[in-house]
Write a protein that binds this ligand. Structure first.
Ligand code: SF4
Length: 333
């Protein structure tokens, strides 16, 4: 294969070129998540160097944060559509998914995590989960734990997930295993929080191989933030109910149910849910039926309370405060 640039990562150029040739494609769409967009022009150059002049290669400029977030405009208008950086959420002949795996060595952090996991002689059962970025190391992690006497429990949660042991910010079903402790290998605060909220009976040990830190998930601060948002929304007279138009984030039934039951609720359709875009709506509070990470992780950035559908039910008195739980998505579209 002709390469115009040093390859920063293996983005499976051969697979893409083969697919374009096999399908006699004349148009190719490329979609990168935010952190990889800067690599897009180099990938276009490499494709141009390996395809005939009649093939037009286009980049999606739409924001992208997950496999739920495909540029449907570009997808419909191209013969081959390549989505980089995430593992497949839905089987489709049209879409080529090119995942991006981390190169980080996970063994040092697994060794450190032994300080927080129960001694296998006392409790050998451990659930193992990680994010798509570390999936290439999953079997190695499992074998490493088994070699040290653990019985490792894994499952593929549901069809929103590609792999056994995979978690998303909106889906922790892979942790529903027969073990009281879960080892989460991955970065960030959001996933382990979601895990701990979704599985409150389990001890969630976080092994972060990027920041080289092991900790125990603690939901207290997060719960306080969510209780605060619910309390502030309790006096709301007008509600904006957001239906997200991103292909894998639409929960129409939930949005419709709220609108039908509350005459002071107004349906707002949008793709990117940002504080700026909501400022001009004169609402007292919002309910987001789209990505739960926007509601909870970005929640403090919104000028008005932003609730999940479950939190809305609490704020309007349909459910008690004790029923507050993490918002999750199941299935695809
Ligand atoms: S809905 Fe949000 S958390 Fe779930 S996959 Fe999409 S971007 Fe990630």
């Amino acid at each position: 294969m002709a390469l115009k640039h040093d390859r920063e990562w293996d983005y499976e150029l051969e697979r893409i070129v083969d697919a374009v040739k096999e399908r006699n494609a004349t148009t190719v769409g490329l979609q990168f998540p935010e952190g990889l967009k800067r690599r897009g022009p180099n990938v276009v150059d490499d494709l141009r160097a390996n395809l005939s002049d009649g093939v037009q290669v286009m980049l999606s400029g739409q924001p992208c944060y997950g496999a739920c977030d495909l540029d449907t405009y570009l997808m419909r208008r191209t013969d081959v559509f390549v989505h980089f950086g995430h593992s497949p959420m839905k089987d489709s002949e049209k879409i080529i998914y090119v995942p991006l795996f981390s190169n980080v060595d996970v063994e040092p952090i697994l060794t450190e995590s032994l300080d927080e996991l129960a001694d296998p002689a006392a409790d050998p059962d451990v659930g193992l989960v990680t994010t798509a970025q570390h999936m290439n190391k999953f079997e190695g992690m499992r074998a490493w734990l088994e070699d040290r006497g653990y019985t490792v429990h894994v499952r593929r949660g549901d069809d929103r997930l590609t792999h056994e042991g995979q978690v998303l910010g909106c889906n922790y079903a892979s942790a529903e295993v027969d073990a009281d402790q879960i080892l989460y290998v991955g970065g960030g605060k959001f996933h382990p929080l979601g895990l701990a909220m979704e599985h409150p009976q389990k001890r969630v040990v976080i092994a972060d191989p990027v920041n080289n830190a092991v900790s125990i998930a603690d939901t207290e601060k997060f719960m306080k933030q969510r209780y605060g948002a619910v309390h502030r929304a309790m006096d709301a007279e007008t509600w904006g109910v957001i239906f997200c138009t991103k292909i894998g984030q639409g929960r129409w039934d939930q949005a419709e149910e709220i609108i039908e039951a509350n005459e002071d609720a107004y349906l707002i359709t949008m793709d990117e849910v940002t504080p700026d875009r909501l400022t001009n709506f004169d609402m007292d509070a919002f309910v987001n039926t789209g990505c739960p990470r926007i509601t909870t992780d970005d929640g403090p950035r919104f000028k008005k309370p932003m609730l999940t559908p479950g939190e809305y039910e609490i704020a309007v008195g349909e459910k008690p405060l004790e029923d507050l739980e993490f918002d999750t998505f199941h299935g695809t579209w």
